[in-house]
Design a protein around this ligand. Structure first.
Ligand code: ADP
Ligand code: MG
Length: 345
């Protein structure tokens, strides 16, 4: 036996890789198993069922001093819907599991369910079951969402090719900037109306279901992912993981007006959060050159902006952010990994 290795050494992705390696499936209906935003299983009638689950742990994913139960209820479902969006699917049902500390105020759940119910109505997803238990530690919330897409339209993470163009919906870095503002103020959240937009984006992300579906329906993306861990980290799932690199055009990164005006109050570097900030829940996707014009036309139907931010290139280690003159911008960032801080490049 060798030295015992802590999970910290392995990292979140290392642990998932181990699980993936030891549970390979030969099931012929499985279109997508471990390693994508959702699993996809083909069913009768040329459809695929999409399934995804997410854990929300008090003290890790949320802090009730900075959040409210109402927004937590909305967000707990929203982050799962975002994974369905990233496959081009339509969410339909969800399961809710709770591990509840014995001394939790009932008022928390009234508010949590109010938020959860509102979002489930907005996106027409029905709660169909779950599990409830006492928790010896903190509050644990787990949501599993089921959705569907025509089988031929499911968009995975692994389809990009060199020469494909990289697009992103919405703006980047707002969610983490919003969190920093909340941490700075240190006040609990009562009314979102008085809070800056970026704070709203952090507390109440809107999954891009409509945009994901449009992109998938028209067959415009070769690969797609939702931005949960930050642009560079999530881009590496579309490129580095399949042996490709990317060029990102720094000046093209879509920044909100609020971000532009306020970022330097919180960060020394203007681009840091846009490149590495997590939880934006935008869609990042790659598009074959011939589909760029059709995509731009389609984007008039989006509820958010669409930005062409770069391109896929050959070479696994070749991920570069370049400035206006094409000069490489030194990336000095840390991606988010639950067990350790991982240097992206
Ligand atoms: P996302 O950020 O889109 O939710 P993750 O990075 O959490 O995706 O997970 C990547 C992939 O690994 C997904 O396909 C997910 O289902 C799978 N995965 C994560 N944790 C486990 C686990 N404990 N057992 C099996 N599969 C897992
Ligand atoms: Mg995802």
């Amino acid at each position: 036996m060798g030295e015992p290795v802590d999970i910290e050494e392995l990292g979140e992705f290392g642990l998932i890789e181990r699980i993936k390696g030891s549970f390979r499936s030969r099931d012929r209906r499985l279109i997508q198993g471990i390693g994508d935003d959702t699993a996809a299983i083909s069913t009768a009638g040329d459809k695929a069922i999409l399934i995804t689950t997410d854990l929300l742990l008090e003290g890790i994913h949320f802090d009730l001093r900075l959040n409210s139960a109402y927004y937590l209820g909305r967000k707990a479902l929203a982050v799962n819907l975002s994974d369905i969006a990233a496959m081009g699917g339509i969410p339909q049902y969800f399961l809710l599991s709770l591990g509840v500390p014995r001394r939790y105020p009932v008022e928390f759940f009234n508010e949590f369910f109010r938020g959860l119910k509102e979002l489930s109505r907005d996106y027409r997803v029905a709660l169909i079951g779950g599990d409830t238990s006492a928790s010896a530690g903190k509050l644990t919330i787990s949501i599993t969402v089921l959705g569907e897409a025509p089988r031929a339209q499911v968009v995975g993470r692994a389809g990009a090719a060199a020469g494909d163009q990289i697009f992103v919906t919405g703006t980047l870095g707002d969610s983490l900037l919003g969190l920093k503002i909340l941490q700075d103020g240190g006040n609990p959240v009562h009314s979102l109306r008085r809070l800056p937009r970026v704070v709203r984006k952090h507390l109440d992300p809107r999954p891009r279901i409509k945009e994901g579906r449009l992109i998938a329906e028209k067959g415009l993306a070769t690969a797609m992912i939702d931005l949960s861990d930050g642009l560079l980290a999530d881009l590496s799932h579309l490129t580095r993981e399949i042996g490709l690199g990317a060029r990102l055009w720094r000046e093209k990164l879509p920044l909100s007006n609020y971000y532009r005006r306020n970022i330097l109050r919180f960060e020394k570097d203007r681009w840091n959060l846009a490149l590495a900030g997590g939880e934006d829940y935008e869609l990042l996707f790659t598009v074959a050159p011939a589909k760029v014009e059709p995509l731009k036309r389609l984007s008039s139907r989006f509820d958010c902006r669409l930005t062409h931010i770069g391109e896929v290139v050959e070479g696994k280690e070749d991920l570069k952010v370049v400035d206006k003159k094409g000069k490489p911008y030194k990336i000095d960032l840390h991606g988010y990994d639950h067990f350790r801080t991982q240097v992206i490049s």
